[in-house]
Design a protein around this ligand. Structure first.
Ligand SMILES: Cc1ncc(COP(=O)(O)O)c(C=O)c1O
Length: 399
């Protein structure tokens, strides 16, 4: 005990843990895969300070520019004034606020489902949904490019996970045909693929799933608020109904948290079985209040969606003209696929120096060989700002 100090290294074991951590980091460094955080200052919007430099923010998920909207912030403040800083406990004990239930009713109406249940994050919503719907006797069929939280949710559920080729209804048919022996079969797919910006072909995938008596789960983190005539997301755009839709409050809706839209009965099942709902604190009042206001604005101001897609199209067309491969993107997520770790990070850093922040994305976020710069414009970006970004990347590509 005598050699324990608050200063760490003289504590038995601590030094060796640091050595272990350093070895692991060094291995990542050697592969060009070490990550670090960037320091962001200023209120959410199209321009921010990143690592001390003012830049055009093309790396966020504030698609409708609601995270800094005065009305959204006023609603967050009002919720704090009324309820305080925290829900103060889990939903099943003392943390089930009237505010949560009001937001859930509004989200259900917006999403076109009978009910909705809030989760603290989209990650936790996916864990809760899939680990509730599926167990060891079941099969989950998952798109090969589904988000990491879905991959982890499949693992947590202990179901048999079968992966089908990205966005390929014929391959879904092939996989689904071999699942007759399972108790339940579940199709899970992203709505908008977060690294590629393509849209799940739900109009073709869902009929295949229905023909094989599958439950359909959609993670529409990036589609909600941004796609579909009324902003309901990918299912609205593709004209299909899904059984369970996970939506995200921390992207187009400019707040924090997530929800699961479903039937009343499924909501009750989740309340009783989803461990990532049961064993965690209810959503903070500020986040719930902000989301209510954002939802209202997202519905009432469709012009935001229109501008978002115009800016995305301008960016995509400009990058293509400059010789970049923008892959399958048709939405507000626009990759410029470079295919090399070092080159992609060098491009990202050089762009930052010239006042543009678009994130370099490497393995494991994307498959090796498809490393890319990922651009995410918002409805608040001006056409001349997008033009500046295109010009800058065109120059950086061929200096
Ligand atoms: C497709 C998808 N699902 C889920 C999540 C997780 O959402 P959250 O950030 O609320 O945990 C993300 C977030 O990046 C995502 O892109």
């Amino acid at each position: 005990m005598t050699n324990q100090t608050v200063n760490g290294d003289s504590q038995p074991g601590r030094g060796s843990l640091d050595r272990l951590a350093e070895k692991e980091l060094e291995a990542l460094r050697r592969k060009g895969l070490e990550r670090r955080t960037r320091r962001v200052e200023g209120r959410a919007g199209p321009r921010l300070r990143v690592d001390g430099r003012e830049v055009l923010m093309l790396a966020g998920s504030n698609y409708l520019d609601l995270a800094g909207d005065e009305r959204v912030l006023a609603a967050a403040r009002a919720a704090v004034d009324e309820y305080g800083g925290a829900a103060g406990g889990s939903r099943l004990i003392n943390g089930n606020l009237a505010l949560h239930e009001e937001l859930e009713a509004e989200l259900a109406r917006f999403a076109g489902h009978r009910a909705a249940l809030l989760f603290s994050t989209g990650y936790m919503a996916n864990l809760g949904v899939l680990a509730t719907l599926a167990g060891p006797d079941d099969a989950i069929v998952s798109d090969s490019l589904n988000h990491a939280s879905i991959v982890d949710a499949c693992r947590l559920s202990r179901a048999q996970t079968r992966v089908f080729r990205h966005n390929d209804p014929r391959d879904l048919e092939r996989v689904a045909s071999g699942l007759a022996g399972f108790r339940r079969r579940i199709l899970v797919t992203d709505g908008v693929y977060s690294m590629d910006g393509d849209v799940a072909r739900l109009a073709e995938l869902v009929p295949v799933a229905r023909a094989h008596d599958m439950i359909v789960v959609l993670d529409d983190a990036h589609g909600l608020g941004a796609l579909g005539p009324s902003g309901r997301g990918t299912a609205e755009l593709e004209g299909v109904e899904v059984d369970v839709a996970v939506g995200n409050l921390g992207k187009a809706l400019g707040s924090f948290g997530a929800y699961v839209a479903c039937s009343e009965t499924v909501r009750s099942w989740l309340i009783n079985a989803a461990r990532s709902f049961i064993f965690t604190c209810g959503l903070a009042p500020a986040a719930a209040g902000a989301a209510r206001a954002a939802l209202q604005i997202a519905s009432a101001e469709p012009q935001r969606r229109k501008t978002l897609h115009e800016r995305a199209e301008q960016l995509r067309a400009g990058l293509r003209d400059a010789g970049f491969d923008t892959g399958a993107s048709t939405t507000h997520i626009v990759p410029a696929i470079v295919g090399d770790n070092a080159r992609v990070m060098a491009l990202c850093e050089a762009a930052l120096e010239r006042g543009i922040y678009a994130q370099g994305i490497r393995f494991p976020s994307v498959p090796r060989g498809t490393e890319r710069i990922r651009f995410t414009p918002t409805s608040a970006h001006k056409a001349d700002e997008i033009a500046f970004a295109v010009r800058t990347f065109a120059e950086l590509r061929s200096p």
